[in-house]
Design a protein around this ligand. Sequence first.
Ligand code: AMP
Length: 376
Amino acid sequence: MHIGVLGGGQLSRMMALAGYPLGLQFTVLDPSPAVCASQVAEHVQADYTDQAALDDLAQRCDVITWDFENVPAESVAYLEAKCPVYPAREALALGQDRWHEKSLFRELNIATPKFAMVDTRPDLLAALDDIGLPAVLKTRRMGYDGKGQVVLRTQEDLEPAWQQLGGQALILEQFVSFDFECSVIGVRSRKGEVAFYPIARNRHHRGVLSISAVPARLPEALSQQAQAWLQELLERFDYVGVLTLELFVRGSELLVNEMAPRVHNSGHWSQNGAVTSQFENHLRAVAGLPLGSCDARGASIMLNWIGEMPKVQAFMSIPGLHWHDYGKSARPGRKVGHANLVADDLAQLRERAQALQPLVTAEQWLHIQECLGAEV
Ligand code: AMP
């Protein structure tokens, strides 16, 4: 079976790497001349709206999916007339606009931080009256990894934030002083089977994911709540594939930040720490195969490499450590790879993680300690 992927980044690359053992072949469509998936898949270099290129992709492929949430929904609609496309166009379109996404959550009684639509300066003032400070002003569209957002802590922050973001469709959100962040990843098959990965505890740095750890050490009632919300969304969209919900944990309260209708960085641990990785399960779903188990094979921590890859040598002597280099050139802020450290249980993971201390920055080490608990 031939799988087409809109987007040729690392998620697409890791999908292809997971799909070859299943006998799947891959073609990615991406406008960039050099995409890291092209080392392991055919690459059609064209704009996402290029109809001839979309025709070509549909002709070559049996099923099409995406690795990037800002693919135009109109292109997906165009492809749907020619070829099955999953996970679900409605989820893609809603996820592209923070206002529509959060409005759906509100409709489904899924708890979110307070939010309000902001198009004009008077809207911003009215929203601030309602929500109060601190707050976060975000662009409704094209925001990811903390891009297109400014935290407002005092009245003095308003003018610079408006100068930076005003003139676009915006949303103002209550700033949540969370205890920690986590995410729940679920997968739904074409037949409607649903399975959930254990919840990951996440640490972001300047809006970009730095660490994910499983188990999340989250109270059982909150895990159940997160899964129930995700299940509701999977059914609502008649979703096929992997869907992620990013959440804030504040005391005994859970608030949804956003959803990602694709495989997700906070699920990379599953490549080595779960019975079936998120990439394989996404492919099983879209290819019409039965799902694999999402169970963890112990405890795991994933460390993102941002900007450049560290030297692999020293890491290789750590038992249970797995290396994932995306084959990208170094660039500040760019996700270039990650490492997964896996152990039989949390106690052994904490022990193994000690070996990371001399190899990572002081900041990363703090994040590791935070995610694994004080005992590290
Ligand atoms: P986003 O692009 O919305 O996923 O935001 C990226 C990161 O910024 C999140 O994972 C949080 O660490 C932080 N963030 C976003 N929105 C809020 C908020 N309303 N309150 C506190 N932190 C936030």
